[in-house]
Ligand binder design. Structure first.
Ligand SMILES: Cc1cc2nc3c(=O)[nH]c(=O)nc-3n(C[C@H](O)[C@H](O)[C@H](O)COP(=O)(O)OP(=O)(O)OC[C@H]3O[C@@H](n4cnc5c(N)ncnc54)[C@H](O)[C@@H]3O)c2cc1C
Length: 310
């Protein structure tokens, strides 16, 4: 409950314009702990560093809730550029995209622009032998994201597009089961947004229990699972579960965020698990950064100290 109150307080305060402009102007040096620079080149350099430790990458150009079709198309163009830049470096591109950043909810020529741009991005990723994960955002977007995911898997195949389920949502298990026929590649996360109790579990222990349930159910169904968490207890439980059920290490991977628990990422990779780091980059880092601060009380002190140092 305290975790929930803390998270709510940080996300509410960070939503205030004065706080945003203060952190934007003084917080970049601190944000760099979680964000791999501002350009595709700096993010691609991070891919190389992680690869040296046996860690795979998932590139994410930061940005969300784009208000105009022009901005959405511009953003999609930058993601296409990222795919080209990765390929030029000999990297099979694995990227994450928020549909709200490429026009979801805006209709152009009778089509949802998010879907149109997702087709452009996944089409190119597929051509390059890559993969696109549709990040999950706040709860009003879940229905449309899952509907669009279904359409995109039909067009490009589950080996080129995946999506995310959040264990804090009451609906998550029903959503997981409803997607089973697609044999989907799903990333399971706890959930990072400020959500009302009517849709999201307020007690952390329930979110954690539901997390395990979702991972185990998806593995048992024979589908590929991205176990995206830094929670060591859950990671250990998943290791026991796969051993007990004779599930191979190729049937899932662990995923963590850039700048968080690199030690654990390296350790798991050294043990022969597939491990992938989510590498965010770009100028629009504020919302992503606020969610990372909201996840851990110690991070607020880290930010304040960093900003005071200047
Ligand atoms: C690869 C990946 C992709 C994600 N994609 C999405 C998405 O599409 N949609 C979405 O809603 N959420 C997403 N998330 C965020 C997720 O929902 C959680 O908010 C986040 O992962 C923290 O939860 P946790 O599972 O690590 O567990 P927690 O119980 O929150 O944390 C467990 C432990 O991890 C460490 N830790 C966790 N967070 C931090 C932090 N910020 N700084 C330092 N240490 C930390 C601490 O040691 C903590 O005790 C993603 C997370 C990952 C790893």
């Amino acid at each position: 409950m305290i975790d929930q109150l803390y998270r709510k307080a940080v996300l509410t305060v960070s939503g205030q314009k004065q706080i945003e402009s203060l952190v934007r102007s003084r917080g970049w040096s601190v944000a760099q702990r979680f964000v791999a620079g501002e350009s595709a080149q700096t993010a691609i350099a991070a891919v190389g560093e992680l690869a040296a430790d046996g860690i795979l990458s998932n590139l994410d150009l930061l940005g969300e809730f784009v208000a105009s079709p022009e901005k959405a198309n511009e953003f999609a163009g930058q993601v296409l550029h990222l795919l080209d830049a990765a390929r030029a470096e000999g990297i099979k591109p694995y990227v994450s995209v928020k549909l709200s950043s490429i026009g979801q909810g805006q209709t152009v020529d009778g089509q949802d622009l998010g879907l149109t741009n997702a087709r452009r991005i996944i089409g190119k990723a597929k051509e390059y032998g890559g993969f696109v994960c549709l990040d999950m955002e706040d709860h009003p977007r879940v229905d449309q994201t899952l509907e669009q995911f279904r359409v995109l898997v039909g067009e490009f195949g589950a080996q080129h597009v995946g999506t995310v389920l959040q264990s804090y949502l009451y609906r998550a298990e029903a959503d997981r089961a409803s997607l089973d026929d697609l044999r989907p590649n799903l990333r399971i996360v706890k959930g990072a947004y400020l959500e009302p109790e009517s849709v999201a579990m307020p007690v952390k222990a329930d979110v954690d229990a539901n997390y395990r349930k979702l991972v185990y159910a998806h593995l048992k169904a024979g589908n590929y699972v991205n176990v995206a968490t830094h929670d060591e207890t859950i990671i250990a439980d998943v290791q026991h579960f796969v051993l007990a059920h004779g599930i191979s290490k190729d049937a899932f991977e662990f995923q963590m965020l850039y700048g968080i628990r690199r030690d654990l990422q390296k350790e798991l990779a050294a043990q022969g698990y597939r491990v992938r780091a989510y590498i965010p980059y770009g100028r629009d880092w504020y919302a992503y950064f606020s969610r990372r601060i909201a996840e851990r009380p110690a991070n607020v002190m880290f930010v304040l100290r960093g900003m005071l140092k200047g």
